[in-house]
Design a protein around this ligand. Structure first.
Ligand code: NAD
Ligand code: AKB
Length: 313
C-alpha cells in the first residue's frame, strides 16, 4: 500500500501549526511537509520537513507535489474576513486562484485527498440567524464570504466532474492560544484572553450582544481529521459541511473570564467588523455532519475559558 505523504499549505498560520502537529502525530513527522509563504513557525521547527512555498506559483507547487511524492494536500492559505475587506482584490485572487491551483494539480497528479476549509462567512444577512441549516439562502456580503462560497462550488465541481476527493468544513470562529489569529472578525474572542491576563481589561471591537458561532481549536482539529479519515461513502456533502460547537456574545465570554479574573473590565467600541459579524448567523445546525461522520464537539465556554487562561498564563 502507498504510504501517505501530506502537504500542508499555510502551515505557519493559526490552524496550520496545530493541524500540522496533529497530522505529524498521526502519520509520522517525516510524512507531513509543512509549507508557507512566511517563515516556519517556531512551534514547528525541528518537528518535520518545511518548504517555502507560494500557492499562487502553480509551477513551483506542482514541482513540490511531484518531488515530495505528495498523496494528500491540506490547503489553509487564505485571507480572512476583516483583512479581506481592506484589500478585496488580493483576497479574491489568493482565495480563488490558490484553490484552483491545488484542485488542478490534485486532478492531474491523482492526489488521493484534498482538504480545504470554508467558513460560516458564506452566510449573509438573509440566511437564518438561529440554527442556520446546511442548505439555505446564502448571500454573503464580504469578499471573504463570496470567495468561500465560490470555492465550495469549485470543490463540488472537481469532485463530481473529475472525481477529486476534496472535503471541506465551514469552520466557525476558532479560538486558540498556540499561534496568532490571521485577521478575522472572530479574533476578538482570542485577543480578550491575552488582554485579560496582561492588562486586566479589553476594548472589544464588537457590540456586547453580538452572538457568533465559535469553536475551540482542539475540536476543530479533531473535526478536520475525522472528516478526512471518514470512508468516502459517508461523505454526502461535497460543497462544505456545517459544523458547530458553541455560540456566545462578547458579554458572555467576558463574564466567563471575570469569574476567574474578578478585576477584569471590558469596554465596547464597535468598528467596521460589527457589520460583518451581524451579517453572519448566531448559531449553526450541524445535523448533517453529525449524521454522516458522527461529529460531536467537546468544549463548551467554561471548559474553553479554563483551558485558554491556564495555557496563556
Ligand atoms: P492564517 O491567516 O492564520 O494562516 C494562513 C497562512 O497562509 C499564513 O501563515 C500565511 O502566511 C499563509 N499564506 C498566505 N498567502 C500564502 C501563499 N500565497 N502561499 C502560501 N501560504 C500563504 O489563517 P487560519 O486562521 O489558519 O485559516 C486557515 C484556513 O481556515 C483559511 O482558509 C481560513 O479561511 C479558514 N478558516 C479559519 C477560521 C478561523 O477562525 N481561524 C474560521 C473559518 C475558516
Ligand atoms: C473570520 O472571522 O474571518 C474567520 C472565519 C469565521 O472565517 N474566523
Amino acid at each position: 500500500m502507498q504510504k501517505e505523504k501530506i502537504l500542508v499549505i499555510g502551515a505557519s498560520g493559526q490552524i496550520g501549526v496545530e493541524l500540522t502537529m496533529a497530522l505529524r502525530n498521526l502519520y509520522g513527522n517525516a510524512n507531513v511537509v509543512a509549507s508557507d509563504l512566511r517563515e516556519e513557525n517556531e512551534l514547528l521547527k525541528g518537528t518535520g520537513p518545511y518548504v517555502s512555498l507560494d500557492v499562487m506559483n502553480k509551477e513551483m507547487l506542482h514541482v513540490q507535489v511531484i518531488r515530495q511524492n505528495i498523496t494528500q494536500i491540506y490547503l489553509l492559505a487564505a485571507i480572512l474576513s476583516a483583512t479581506g475587506e481592506k484589500n478585496p482584490n488580493l483576497a479574491w485572487n489568493l482565495n480563488m486562484q490558490g484553490l484552483l491551483n491545488v484542485l488542478d494539480i490534485a486532478r492531474e497528479e491523482k492526489i488521493k485527498k484534498v482538504y480545504w476549509p470554508s467558513s460560516i462567512a458564506v452566510f449573509g444577512p438573509t440566511s437564518p440567524k438561529k440554527n442556520c441549516p446546511q442548505q439555505t439562502i446564502i448571500e454573503p456580503i464580504t469578499v471573504y464570504g463570496i470567495s468561500k462560497y465560490a470555492g465550495e462550488f469549485w470543490c463540488n465541481y472537481f469532485n463530481k466532474r473529475f472525481g477529486v476527493d476534496v472535503r471541506s468544513l465551514r469552520y466557525p470562529g476558532l479560538i486558540s492560544y498556540k499561534s496568532e489569529p490571521g485577521g478575522g472578525t472572530t479574533d476578538y474572542a482570542i485577543e480578550i484572553f491575552h488582554d485579560a491576563i496582561e492588562e486586566k481589561k479589553y476594548e472589544c471591537f464588537l457590540k456586547k450582544d453580538t452572538y457568533l458561532p465559535m469553536m475551540y481549536m482542539p475540536d476543530a482539529i479533531r473535526a478536520t481529521i475525522e472528516l478526512m479519515e471518514a470512508p468516502q461513502k459517508r461523505i454526502s456533502v461535497r460543497t462544505s459541511y456545517n459544523i458547530s460547537a458553541i455560540s456566545f456574545s462578547p458579554a458572555e465570554i467576558a463574564a466567563s473570564i471575570k469569574k476567574r479574573i474578578p478585576e477584569f473590565q471590558i469596554k465596547y467600541k464597535p468598528d467596521y467588523r460589527q457589520v460583518i459579524a451581524e451579517s453572519w448567523p448566531q448559531s449553526i445546525d450541524d445535523s448533517v455532519a453529525k449524521k454522516d461522520w458522527h461529529w460531536k464537539p467537546e468544549y463548551d465556554l467554561e471548559k474553553l475559558t479554563d483551558d485558554m487562561l491556564k495555557n496563556i498564563k
